[in-house]
Design a protein around this ligand. Structure first.
Ligand code: G3I
Length: 365
């Protein structure tokens, strides 16, 4: 009789272990999420919804809350897609991150020009920034856990990116944006988000920003390391050093846009500067029919290396978000070279979880 009970117990354990998802395991330690497009949200394909809801407990809208999308004219907002994304999350008991309030790219086109096409004054831009943030954050008050308040505001050398916000308002725009967001939803978490955050000069600049914002009485809860990684960048020691440095500033660390670019770069570069574009060439698109065995091995090893770091630093990390649901959804199929077939995420083009996820989950058991 004991042998039968033992057998049944082992079977139950085996079944239980193999069926466990990232949401059920990693989700116990920190939020595990995905960026979702409006195509994902409105999809009638049950495989898409189960891929999102079974594997993740957090989502971030990939594009529909960006300035140009949600606030296309000074006196007109476009709420439908953002509303649908927030409702999708609530219906499926998922956390939502708002992305992103202040970004030089995809900023509302009208934001910086007056009716005669001239650059607006500092006072006018501050007033416009106030109304944008107040209306967007205020609409989802109590429903969005946290906001990427400022996105990609430093150069890799640690200098301020000379965006229109910086040029017209000055560096005070950081403090203004964080304070406006906090006033609009006092309970929302507030984040600074950027890419190439393993670079020491950028890391130091962001640490200075966090300390400066805190000294000015601003709420800042976390720093987002976007983590648009490659097979040979960033250096893992630098990556880990950044996690420790940001945590030492008294904030949580989030991996906000994790993916691994498996395709050759037109020129060796890291980052995610969306303005970079290169002409298609078939030598840059070697895996149209799937990764080779060696490329798949490299993919598995690289993702495991990053998740080993996340497991080691799980007390400092509050969220890891993949930048897309499946390989088919990844922005890396079109950037920096249009028309390629990339394999950058943990769910494949058939919306099945890739085999490496089983090994990733074991790190968190
Ligand atoms: O919605 C329009 C559509 O109406 C139009 O027909 C089509 C063709 O022009 O463009 C569509 O908008 C595109 C949008 O994605 C939605 O698909 C924009 O052109 C395109 O530039 C935009 O790309 C996004 C990019 O940010 C710029 O906003 C990517 O999907 C998105 O993955 C990427 O994400 C950024 C993060 O927000 C910030 N960190 C870097 C990351 C990668 O660049």
């Amino acid at each position: 009789m004991n042998k039968i009970i033992l057998g049944v117990a082992c079977l139950a354990l085996t079944v239980n272990v193999s069926a466990q998802t990232m949401r059920e395991t990693i989700g116990k330690h920190f939020l595990i999420g995905a960026a979702v497009s409006t195509r994902n949200i409105y999809s009638q394909d049950p495989k898409v919804k189960s891929a999102i809801v079974n594997n993740f407990n957090a989502i971030v809208p990939e594009n529909c809350m960006k300035g140009e999308a949600i606030h296309p004219e000074e006196n007109r907002y476009s709420w439908d897609d953002a509303d649908a994304t927030v409702k999708y999350a609530e219906d499926n008991h998922m956390t939502v991150t708002g992305h992103c309030l202040v970004w030089h790219s995809q900023a509302p086109r009208w934001m910086f020009k007056d009716s005669e096409g001239k650059t607006v004054t500092r006072e006018v831009l501050i007033d416009r920034l106030y109304h944008h943030i107040t209306n967007v954050v205020g609409r989802y008050k109590g429903r969005i856990k946290g906001w990427d308040v400022v996105n990609e505001a430093f150069e890799d050398d640690g200098s301020y990116r000379k965006t229109q916000y910086y040029n017209i308002i000055g560096p005070e725009y950081f403090e203004l944006a964080f304070k406006f967001a906090h006033e609009a939803d006092p309970n929302a978490e507030l984040y600074y988000n950027d890419y190439s955050m393993s670079k020491p000069a950028k890391r130091d600049a962001v640490c200075r920003l966090v300390r400066d914002l805190k000294a000015k009485g601003c709420r800042i809860d976390a720093v987002g390391m976007q983590s648009h990684n490659g097979t040979d960048y960033p250096n893992l020691n630098d990556y880990e050093a950044s996690i420790d440095s940001f945590a030492a500033c008294g904030v949580k660390v989030m991996m906000t846009e994790l993916d691994i670019n498996m395709l050759p770069s037109p020129q060796h570069f890291g980052g995610a500067d969306i303005s970079q574009r290169f002409k298609y060439d078939k030598t840059l698109n070697p895996y149209v029919n799937g990764l080779t065995k060696s490329a798949q091995k490299l993919f598995n090893e690289r993702y495991l290396a990053f998740f080993k770091i996340y497991a080691k630093h799980k007390d400092q990390i509050s969220r890891v978000t993949l930048w897309g649901v499946s390989d088919a959804d990844s922005w890396l199929n079109g950037w920096p070279v249009p028309g390629r077939t990339n394999y950058s995420l943990l769910i494949d083009r058939q919306y099945n979880v890739k085999p490496v996820v089983k090994d990733i989950i074991k790190l968190f058991k």
